[in-house]
Design a binder for this molecule. Structure first.
Ligand SMILES: [Zn+2]
Ligand SMILES: [Zn+2]
Length: 243
């Protein structure tokens, strides 16, 4: 399991997300190519995140280069869930122009409620176009009903992320390891594939999943359910709402 081939990383942030990294998309693509990835996805935070990209950034992504340094570059977003209705911070007409979106709960834009109401909000947010992935659903500050959430995700062809940054010693999210074990056990039982992500802010952690591998091994998680081993399956999934 330690040698699992990670061929893409699509939860990454460049300078456009703020947060102190000065690396551009070009810097990120060069680093992804050096790391032997086949696909890099840039997923800046939605416009409600302080200091992140505005609507005009996302609107202009359709003009951005999709081949850089020999790899494919996809352009998405990591959107904020804003309320229990599952509203997100980019309008649907603009979302349709992106390659994909992850949706997540972030402080202070989403006020955590009970596991039941948080789960309702996340399920409702799946209705938006291009929502393909659940960003770090491991955060103990936002408790979730994993059985209900992941069964609904499977019905809607939405996939949970296993986030390497949630497992680092200095992670600011809480309860990452135990919640990721729970997510992996449900996904294994219902055969729902997962997305491994670095959540790299800047180029330095692109493709770095090293904190995830021990948990995959511990849970005896099937490699066939790891999307990152199969770029053509990823591209097929991202086409689902184009068909
Ligand atoms: Zn996030
Ligand atoms: Zn992120």
């Amino acid at each position: 399991m330690q040698n699992i081939p990670v061929l893409f990383d699509i939860h990454t942030h460049s300078v456009a997300s703020g947060h102190g990294s000065s690396d551009t998309i070009t810097d990120m693509a060069r680093a992804a190519s050096d790391a032997s990835l086949q696909i890099l996805g840039i997923s800046e935070h939605g416009p409600k995140t302080p200091g992140s990209a505005g609507s005009s950034y996302f609107r202009n992504l359709r003009l951005a280069s999709r081949k850089r340094f020999g790899i494919t570059v996809l352009y998405g977003a990591e959107l904020n869930i804003l309320n229990e209705n599952g509203d997100v911070d980019l309008e649907d007409s603009l979302l349709c122009t992106l390659d994909y979106a992850l949706i997540g709960m972030h402080h202070p834009l989403f006020s955590s409620g009970s596991a039941s109401s948080n789960t309702d909000a996340l399920i409702r947010s799946m209705k938006h176009p291009r929502v393909n992935f659940l960003a770090h659903p491991d955060d103990g500050r936002y408790p979730l009903d994993y059985e209900r959430l992941l069964h609904e995700a499977a019905k809607r062809q939405v996939y949970p992320e296993i986030n390497n940054a949630s497992l680092t010693p200095d992670a600011y999210r809480t309860d990452g390891p135990q919640n990721i074990r729970h997510i992996l056990s449900v996904c294994k039982a219902i055969r729902l594939p997962v997305l491994l992500s670095s959540d790299s802010h800047g180029k330095s952690h692109i493709g770095d999943m090293k904190h995830i591998f021990p948990l995959l091994h511990e849970c005896d998680f099937p490699q066939s359910l790891i999307l990152n081993t199969n770029p053509s399956l990823l591209l097929h999934i991202l086409k689902k709402d184009n068909d």
